[in-house]
Ligand binder design. Structure first.
Ligand code: IMP
Ligand code: MG
Length: 395
């Protein structure tokens, strides 16, 4: 396979060593096994449901028509083929009414049950480290405007954690200005666009009277019940442990990297932008920091941060530990929009590897589509639009 998903993550990730590692007690090993069993069972259950629904077969036929999978003579169905078939199966089960045939005899397009679309930022809406400049440069913008115009809520749920609206404006100006200047969207539809930053830490709502088109929303107005117990002391305790682990990786792996400590995150990035951190360094750092923080949870007395969920992920050029995760970020958006169900929410992202991906966590809060580039995101959105309104031209 040729995409970035051909990552040779070690098979031992979910396996248990015969003897516990230093600092990893039996309790932690049992927990790992329970989590792995639950994950595998969920995957088999989902695949089973898709098969009994005939959705998977139909999805294969759609992707086969697009990718000529069955016409290939030498290359077998690949990881990417399967990923795209599963994305289509997800869309069909969200949009097509149960048991309806592919071509509907009454000629009416099926109704979508999607009420909330959430998007990752880097690699999903724009190239890694890039921005949304304009509808001409970033054709995804017109698709997003289309979904707002049919009353779908849109949340950009990104790891990028900033307290200032200007930082998000710098990344999203093309989208924000297009929404602001739209004469067809109502103000209600415009306010259906939000940004959830730092995985689940900062909520900003579109507001065309605000300086940067975004209004920072105080946490007391949107946080989930579980977040009330995240005291400042607990958060700093988590970030302290992670920072020490990052420092130790820099030493052990001879990384030319600097540590960046933020209000709700800590991470490393290349000290010299011309010398990139390589994939092995990034992935080893993710796994070490993850293990160090997890080990700290079984120490006695229990540390202050033992109840705080966190995400460690490889951002492609950096590694971050964030307080919270995208599951909570998506749930907070569902709550903000009045209680949207997981079955009416679709998250689109690029990081779904169980070790080292931050979109992976969103799986427990909603339906998901796994894309590998901004171009694939556009293709996915066009597939959705075609399923519900076949005549629409987005160009
Ligand atoms: P995402 O793909 O939209 O989730 O954004 C991930 C990228 O955001 C990371 O690779 C970092 O380069 C960048 N970033 C900026 N601030 C933060 C932070 O506080 N936590 C995690 N990532 C951050
Ligand atoms: Mg991403």
């Amino acid at each position: 396979m040729t995409t970035r998903y051909r990552v040779e993550l070690p098979f031992v990730l979910n396996a248990q060593p015969a003897a516990p590692h230093d600092g990893v007690g039996n309790e932690a090993l049992d927990k790992m096994a329970r989590t792995a069993r639950q994950r595998y069972a969920e995957i088999f259950r989902d695949v089973e449901a898709l098969i009994s629904d005939h959705t998977l077969e139909d999805a294969f036929l759609v992707q086969d028509a697009a990718r000529a999978i069955s016409s290939r003579r030498f290359v077998a169905p690949s990881f990417n083929d399967i990923r795209l078939i599963l994305n289509t199966a997800q869309l069909l089960s969200l949009i097509r009414p149960k048991a309806a045939p592919m071509s509907l005899s009454n000629g009416l397009p099926p109704r979508s049950q999607i009420q909330l679309l959430t998007f990752d930022g880097d690699v999903t809406l724009y190239e890694d480290g890039a921005s949304l400049h304009s509808p001409e440069a970033n054709p995804v913008i017109n698709r997003l405007l289309h979904f707002l115009s049919v009353d779908v809520r849109i949340a950009i749920v990104t790891a990028a954690g900033y307290t200032q609206p200007q930082n998000y404006f710098n990344r999203l100006s093309g989208l924000l200005l297009a929404v602001k200047e739209s004469t067809t969207l109502t103000s209600k539809q415009k306010s259906n666009l939000v940004v959830m930053g730092g995985e689940s830490n900062y909520l900003l709502v579109f507001d065309d009277t605000a300086e940067h088109c975004l209004r920072y929303t105080h946490r007391r107005n949107w946080i989930l019940d579980v977040m009330y117990t995240w005291t400042e002391e607990a958060i700093q305790s988590l970030l302290d442990i992670a920072e020490t682990a990052f420092e130790s990786c820099i030493k052990t792996l001879h990384l030319q990297a600097k540590v960046l400590r933020k209000e709700r995150a800590v991470g490393i990035y290349a000290a010299d932008q011309s010398i990139k951190l390589n994939r092995e360094q990034l992935e080893e750092t993710v796994l070490v920091v993850q293990q160090v923080v997890e080990s700290s949870l079984s120490s006695t007395p229990r540390p202050a941060h033992s109840h705080i969920p966190f995400t460690v992920f490889n951002g492609g050029a950096d590694v971050f530990l964030d307080v919270g995760d995208k599951s909570l970020g998506v749930q907070a958006c569902q709550k903000w929009f009045g209680g949207i169900q997981p079955s009416s929410t679709l998250h689109v992202g690029d990081q779904f590897l169980s070790g080292g991906g931050n979109d992976f966590k969103a799986r427990s809060a909603c339906c998901c589509a796994w894309i590998a580039s901004p171009t694939e995101t556009i293709a996915l959105l066009d597939e959705m639009i075609a399923l519900t309104s076949p005549a629409k031209d987005m160009h």
